[in-house]
Design a protein around this ligand. Structure first.
Ligand code: RB5
Length: 145
């Protein structure tokens, strides 16, 4: 699976471990920055990763900031993006199965590395169930018009 990943400077604390984990799982990962703890603005990374996912080159995106909140709010402003911020695996799994999320956001100040790995693993292992959920996704898309 091809994954686009990005973070702000706070999310950078968690990102290298997530990249390593994703690679261990056999994913191909492209890091869209940032690559240091120098202060940046998280919407810039929401944009880069969202556009990478929407281009079709990457199947899913992962965004990390301090809480996962700001970076997911910004991503959700971009048409076609359904980003979820998760701090436990159950919502991550269901967000794919029911809501067909294409971006997972994590908070480096909220979850530790091991919990973050569990969340990522559940999300990557889940597939959209379609069926009754498709109509609801279509209604979400209509809200973007
Ligand atoms: C940066 O200080 C912090 O606001 C950011 O990483 C994130 O937590 C925003 O939601």
């Amino acid at each position: 699976m091809k994954i686009a990943i990005g973070s702000d400077h706070v999310g950078y604390e968690l990102k290298p471990a997530m990249i390593e984990y994703l690679q261990d799982l056999g994913c191909s990962v492209k890091d869209f920055g940032t690559r240091s703890n120098a202060r940046v603005d998280y919407p810039d990374y929401s944009k880069k990763v969202s556009e990478a996912v929407l281009s079709g080159e990457f199947e899913r995106g992962i965004l990390i900031c301090g809480t996962g909140v700001g970076i997911s709010i910004a991503a959700n402003k971009i048409k076609g993006i359904r980003a979820v911020v998760c701090s436990e695996p159950y919502s991550a799994k269901l967000s794919k199965e029911h809501n067909n999320t294409n971006i997972l956001a994590l908070g480096s100040r909220v979850v530790g590395k091991e919990l973050a790995k569990m969340i990522v693993n559940e999300w990557l292992g889940a597939e959209f169930e379609g069926g009754r959920h498709s109509k609801r996704i279509e209604k979400i898309a209509k809200l973007e018009e």
